[in-house]
Design a protein around this ligand. Structure first.
Ligand SMILES: [Zn+2]
Length: 227
């Protein structure tokens, strides 16, 4: 007994419990973080397509996204996957989406994938799909067919000029997809909506333009109100 509590005491000194999301010490998962990431998503529209976003992009939520994306940390990534997955569950329960659909990650530039050593969104979407849902399938079909500038310093109009015509569905892949399969786009952060807009345009130019695009889900939205 004494030994165990001593052992636990020493263990917590060496490996203190902390919330994996906000890193608050002495707590395994904190209530505010769990609540924040499981809340009902905000809804906006882009070209009549519903865009659901789980949280606002704040310094706190930005930290977890960056840790998942740039540091490749498993727990923050799992948190994002769970949040996106719970949006999908809510939409299925509410009958907003059919049960048979395909998740498509928004692509990253080759440069970003090289820097990170992985395609972050593909990995995230894989985790969303692997959270034991019998209907969820994913494919990495979209890619950048030309180079684009880093969007972070650009305003709304420049972002859409930067991305216009940049994305495509990869025609080298097997695109023999059941026309009844609906499509849901997945992204981590949306700001002006320019990236999702370009993905919508790329799908509409592609051989799978006939498949219904039922929406996009993003972990975070960096500005409130309509796009
Ligand atoms: Zn926390």
């Amino acid at each position: 007994m004494v030994f165990n509590s001593l052992k636990n005491g020493i263990t917590s000194l060496i490996f203190p419990d902390s919330c994996p999301v906000c890193l608050r010490i002495d707590i395994k998962y904190c209530e505010p973080c769990l609540k924040l990431w499981s809340q009902y998503p905000s809804l906006n529209y882009l070209s009549d397509i519903p865009i659901y976003s789980v949280v606002d992009y704040t310094p706190t939520t930005a930290k977890i996204i960056l840790r998942a994306k740039e540091n490749r940390e498993a727990i923050p990534r799992f948190f994002l996957a769970t949040a996106i997955r719970s949006v999908i569950d809510k939409l299925i329960l509410l009958g907003e989406v059919p049960e048979n659909f395909l998740l498509l990650p928004i692509p990253s530039s080759k440069r970003s994938n090289m820097r990170r050593g992985e395609d972050f969104l593909l990995r995230l979407v894989k985790e969303v799909a692997n959270l034991h849902h019998p209907y969820l399938k994913y494919r990495s079909l979209l890619y950048f067919q030309r180079g684009v500038k880093d969007q972070s310093g650009l305003g709304k109009q420049d972002r859409s000029i930067n991305l216009k015509g940049s994305m495509a569905v990869n025609s080298k892949l097997d695109l023999d997809i059941d026309p009844a399969t609906a499509i849901v786009l997945i992204d981590d952060v949306t700001t002006t909506g320019a990236t999702i807009q370009e993905a919508i345009a790329a799908l509409s130019r592609s051989p799978i333009a006939g498949n219904q695009l039922i929406g996009a889900i993003t972990a975070s939205r960096s500005s409130s109100g309509p796009f």
